[in-house]
Ligand binder design. Structure first.
Ligand SMILES: [Zn+2]
Length: 230
């Protein structure tokens, strides 16, 4: 399916299929409508290698900026490659409030690196965030976290060789200089493993103790008697 900017008709997608994306503002996977398309005469004259388009999110109306590489220029049409670069990526979310303060600060920066496609900066920040969490969890903290990560590998059925770099980033003994280089797919795997590890070690415990505290509060508040329900 080609994406074409025509001299007289503007932007044309040669497909019936609707164009959708996860919106970086509202987080909804939404249909995107072209909002601002480059001026045909201007780019035909300068012939830049890349052009920027602004789409509007149908869910929240926010502008979403995309950059496309140009495939070819002809007199009445400019064809773009289908792949595009999202200038603002959706933010990764997490229940940060359950993490220890120091770990929260480091993990927020890790997720920001991931959202900006800086996967090795992301890996370095994951190492720091994990170490700070292990320190808070006490003597057996690292071992406990390791067990949680092994369970995650088993549940997700990740083969050992693909999982090795993830383990090295989180539990390797060497200096940060020795971290393996991660590609996009490996960084994505590390992201999900980190979220799961922190969930198991902090969020689950925090949510459960908070929920039980709330239940106890209401019981203490005068409802601690056996009453027939209405
Ligand atoms: Zn939106």
């Amino acid at each position: 399916m080609a994406i074409i900017i025509e001299r007289n008709q503007g932007l044309i997608r040669q497909s019936e299929e609707q164009f959708g994306l996860e919106c970086p503002y509202c987080g909804v996977y939404s249909h995107m409508t072209p909002q601002s398309v480059p001026d045909f005469d201007k780019i035909q004259k300068d012939q830049p290698k890349h052009v920027g388009l602004v789409y509007q999110c149908d869910a929240c109306n926010a502008p979403v900026f995309l950059r496309f590489a140009v495939k070819q220029y002809s007199d009445d049409a400019i064809e773009l490659y289908r792949n595009f670069f999202e200038l603002e990526r959706p933010k990764e979310r997490f229940s940060f409030s359950y993490l220890p303060k120091h770990t929260e600060a480091l993990f927020r920066e890790a997720l920001s690196c991931y959202s900006n496609n800086n996967f090795n900066a992301f890996a370095s920040m994951c190492r720091r965030a994990a170490n700070s969490a292990f320190a808070v969890m006490g003597e057996r903290g690292k071992l406990r976290a390791f067990d949680e990560v092994m369970v995650a590998q088993e549940i997700a059925e990740i083969p050992d060789d693909s999982f090795e770099p993830i383990k090295q980033v989180l539990f390797g003994a060497g200096e940060e200089d020795n971290l393996p280089l991660l590609n996009h797919a490996q960084a994505g795997m590390l992201l999900e493993v980190m979220k799961d590890m922190f969930y198991q070690c902090f969020v689950r415990r925090g949510k459960l103790t908070r929920a039980i505290k709330v239940r106890r509060f209401f019981v203490r508040d005068g409802n601690d008697s056996l009453r027939p329900s209405a």
